[in-house]
Design a protein around this ligand. Structure first.
Ligand SMILES: Cc1cc2nc3c(=O)[nH]c(=O)nc-3n(C[C@H](O)[C@H](O)[C@H](O)COP(=O)(O)OP(=O)(O)OC[C@H]3O[C@@H](n4cnc5c(N)ncnc54)[C@H](O)[C@@H]3O)c2cc1C
Length: 314
């Protein structure tokens, strides 16, 4: 069974709750991901997304995972990066994703590989805005019987490649003007940065949903890896102090990270965030705990939340 993943299907129930997975490379990894999906499926995510290795390394793996999750009736959004791809390759990948059941794509530039042979002259596109335009053109040539939902990345604290923060917002706007339907942010720990980013988007006339990317710190080594991968993300003193208080105790560190992320989510929900996207690292425990801390028991009842929302708004 597949669900409607048109823009409405993805975001009809605000706020959306979604999970991000990466394609596993080993049979053990595949088994672990399956377990995670089975556990988190009970929370009826609005969608899940599956990362794509820039340059095409995980191309087939991403498609296969999208197919498997989509078969379980969960709307699935494959990521697609344009770095290292020709137009023909991008068309083939899009075709594969759509055949696997995807009705939405997260369109990204990706980062050029730091090591190994990489020939940028092969690249059809240099920025995600061009990929969004390409996807929209492909969609209309392909005459798909539904609207393909296209998401793009946002960086609440700025992308390191563009130190000019005004120009960066223009580049973000270009992605929306080319036809993107929503923005999903890089992980962040500072809600003020998110709220300010949301305000700056609205000032520029960007009206699409902005989904907040959340990833709990669960270990000191994990935090160092996050700092590396999400270059530019600020680690507030409040988080660092709490981690220091936990000392080297693994369980306490995990609890601190989960509590911090729970408070972040609670504040975001109070501020009517459009959606929360959990970077799960293919594990369910931290996300599950956050749901529990938010008071969301067992099945997350979207319809109930919607009626509560309307109760307070009327
Ligand atoms: C939610 C999310 C999911 C991600 N998933 C993946 C994934 O699955 N696989 C992966 O490899 N990476 C992924 N990434 C990382 C992402 O690919 C990198 O951060 C990349 O550097 C930026 O991608 P982008 O789509 O924002 O690029 P762009 O929007 O193209 O921006 C990249 C940089 O170029 C600048 N820029 C944009 N347009 C112009 C222009 N016209 N002229 C000059 N400069 C310009 C921007 O300001 C920015 O600094 C993800 C990031 C996020 C936030």
């Amino acid at each position: 069974m597949t669900q409607d993943t048109s823009s409405r299907g993805l975001f009809g129930a605000a706020p959306s709750f979604s999970f991000e997975f990466f394609p596993p490379k080993t049979p053990e990894g595949a088994e672990a991901l399956l377990q995670t999906i089975v556990t988190l499926q009970d929370f009826r995510p609005s969608f899940v997304s599956v990362t794509y290795g820039a340059g095409g390394g995980s191309r087939e793996l991403t498609r296969a995972v999208v197919h498997d999750i989509q078969q379980r009736g969960i709307p699935t959004v494959p990521h697609l990066t344009c770095v290292g791809h020709t137009e023909k390759e991008l068309e083939e990948i899009l075709e594969g994703f759509v055949k696997a059941g995807a009705r939405a794509i997260l369109a990204l530039r990706g980062d050029p590989p730091r090591h190994g042979a990489y020939d940028p002259s092969r690249d059809a596109f240099h920025h995600a805005a061009e990929l969004v335009r390409f996807i929209r053109n492909w969609e209309s040539r392909r005459s798909l019987p539904y609207h393909l939902t296209v998401g793009v990345a946002g960086f609440t604290e700025g992308h390191p490649d563009t130190p000019n923060r005004l120009r960066e917002m223009d580049y973000l706007k270009a992605k929306i003007d080319e036809g993107a339907d929503y923005i999903c942010t890089q992980l962040f720990f500072d809600n003020h940065a998110f709220f300010d980013y949301r305000d700056r988007c609205r000032l520029l006339g960007i009206r699409v949903p902005i989904i907040a990317g959340i990833m709990p710190v669960t270990s000191a080594s994990g935090m160092n890896r996050m700092a590396e991968l999400s270059a530019g993300t600020n680690f507030p003193a409040r988080l660092l102090k709490a981690m220091l208080r936990a000392g080297g105790d693994k369980k306490s560190l995990e609890r601190v990270g989960i509590n911090y992320a729970s408070q972040q989510c609670s504040e975001l929900l109070d501020a009517e965030v459009d959606g929360i996207h959990f970077y799960t690292l293919n594990r369910s425990k931290a996300t599950l705990e956050i749901y529990r801390n938010l008071g969301i028991n067992n099945y997350f009842d979207v319809d109930r939340l919607k009626s509560l929302n309307s109760l307070y708004k009327n």
